[in-house]
Write a protein that binds this ligand. Structure first.
Ligand code: NDP
Length: 447
């Protein structure tokens, strides 16, 4: 059986065992298209069933989350934690609170996280969790009660050396604070079981910034590797949450021109580009007031496009930083036709497979999420190190470690992704992330 036939059979089995989980199928199909040809002449991986074992999570925990809203009504949500693989270190990965959360999405995220964490070079395994709880429009008290209930149940399954969750969509500093407070109360221990904590109680400097900064470091490394530079480049950013805001901040600091930002209602287009003052307004609107990106046009000269994504605007670089599958095949064609040469995925799997294929066919430099947004989990790993040794590193030290890790991820992608048509960063990230986890799994024998 050749690699293509083997992949078809492998995916058929995966779909049969995980019916209807389209995001999970999509993520595994993308990775296996690179891994299956790679292991074809490596019997230890092939006969060790490494890929099959990696796509069957170590365990999935699902539970009910009950809480009381401000009107005194009882509400019931569903919580999950997918512990995908801990071959190279304790499970690690974010928690997502969003109405769309389901097991397909969490399994794809936990699977991707396993490769991403391996790429950082740190000793962290892969996991992801969350709830279908919708934080939009909830009061502070409701958020606190939900977080306390969620972590009370999850606390049975996590720990500083077992599983260390962090934030993701809908889970920022406020939610981590409520969950860490409850965890501390339950366990009577002040350990690093959650990352993304406030600086006063064990958080790391640069953690909030790390994913966005890291994505721009990745972009910068790709440009340098191809004798190009970031200064003056026009950039489209989607999202206006944690990742998007700090990607914009770093891009502006390095001299690029950020033209757009968005939220789930639409996007703003500022032809003059954002500056520090405009970005400070977006931080206030989105992070403090929890308002809409359209409010930007009350203060600055910009166009607001209701219900649209920013990919129709002409630019050199696209940084999708909102959510999965936000760049369709048509969006990919529009971006390329308008001159976009670089795509760096700040969000997890923001490009549909048709779009990824189109970018590759057109020699667009494409950094997949597992490489491009690994800066967040990397600094979470550094937060764990600081917590366990009870020390705090300076901003400069952490930024320099982050930039070193992103350079090393870039170089790993080049080593494993270099071909006659240039660097295939997806292939490089998939193979580079796979090898370390696979070798650790082989060392354990059959477990
Ligand atoms: P936030 O919740 O802080 O921000 C998410 C942003 O995306 C918001 O602007 C939100 O708009 C928008 N958004 C969410 N869902 C949709 C949707 N369906 N359509 C359009 N816009 C949407 O999340 P993060 O910034 O933390 O995460 C963004 C992405 O980055 C996710 O894919 C996440 O998995 C990934 N990521 C995050 C890391 C981190 O450190 N936080 C680390 C690695 C990856 P609105 O305000 O309207 O909800």
């Amino acid at each position: 059986m050749n690699a293509e036939e083997f992949q078809e059979l492998f995916l058929k089995g995966l779909k049969r065992r995980n019916p209807g989980e389209v995001e999970f199928h999509q993520a595994v199909a993308e990775v296996s298209a690179d891994i299956i040809p790679f292991i074809e002449d490596k019997p230890k991986y092939k006969h060790g069933l490494i890929l099959e074992r990696l796509t069957e999570p170590d365990r999935i925990i699902s539970f009910r989350v009950c809480w009381v809203d401000d009107e005194g009504h009882i509400r019931a949500n569903r919580g999950h934690r997918v512990q995908n693989n801990n071959a190279i270190g304790p499970y690690k990965g974010g928690l997502r609170f969003h109405s769309s959360v389901n097991l397909s999405i969490l399994k794809f995220l936990a699977f991707e996280q396993t490769f991403k964490n391996s790429l950082t070079g740190l000793a962290i395994g892969g996991a992801k969790g969350g709830s279908d709880f919708n934080p939009k429009g909830k009061s502070d008290g409701e958020i606190m009660r939900f977080c306390q209930s969620f972590i009370t149940e999850l606390s049975r399954y996590i720990g500083a050396n077992t599983d260390v969750p962090a934030g993701d969509i809908g889970v920022g500093a406020r939610e981590i604070g409520y969950m860490f407070g409850q965890l501390k109360r339950l366990t009577n221990e002040h350990t690093g079981t959650l990352t993304g904590k406030g600086i006063e109680y064990g958080g790391s400097l640069i953690r909030n910034e790390a994913t966005g900064y890291g994505a721009v470091y990745m972009l910068n490394n790709m440009m340098k590797h191809h004798d190009d530079e970031l200064i003056g480049k026009k950039i489209l950013i989607s999202g206006s949450g944690n990742v998007a805001i700090f990607a914009a901040e770093k891009a502006i600091n390095l001299g690029a021109k950020v033209l757009t930002m968005s939220d789930s209602s639409g996007f703003i287009h500022d032809k003059n580009g954002l500056d520090d003052k405009k970005l400070a307004a977006i931080k206030r609107i989105k992070l403090e007031e929890r308002g809409r990106i359209s409010d930007y046009t009350n203060e600055f000269d910009a166009q607001y496009h209701e219900g649209e994504r920013p990919w129709s605007i002409a630019a050199d670089v696209a940084l999708p930083c909102a959510t999965q599958n936000e760049i369709s095949g048509d969006d990919a064609r529009t971006l390329v036709e308008n001159g976009c040469k670089h795509i760096v995925e700040g969000a997890n799997m923001p490009t549909v497979q048709e779009g990824v294929d189109y970018f590759k066919e057109n020699n667009i430099l494409f950094a997949p999420s597992k490489a491009a947004n690994a800066g967040g989990v990397a600094v979470s790993g550094l937060e764990m190190s600081q917590n366990s040794s009870k020390i705090s590193w300076s901003e400069k030290e952490i930024d320099s470690l982050l930039s070193g890790i992103m350079k090393s991820i870039h170089d790993t992608c080049v080593v494993h992704g270099k071909g006659k048509d240039g660097v295939n960063y997806s292939k490089g990230a998939n193979i580079g992330g796979f090898i370390k986890v696979a070798n650790a799994m082989l060392a354990y024998g059959v477990i």
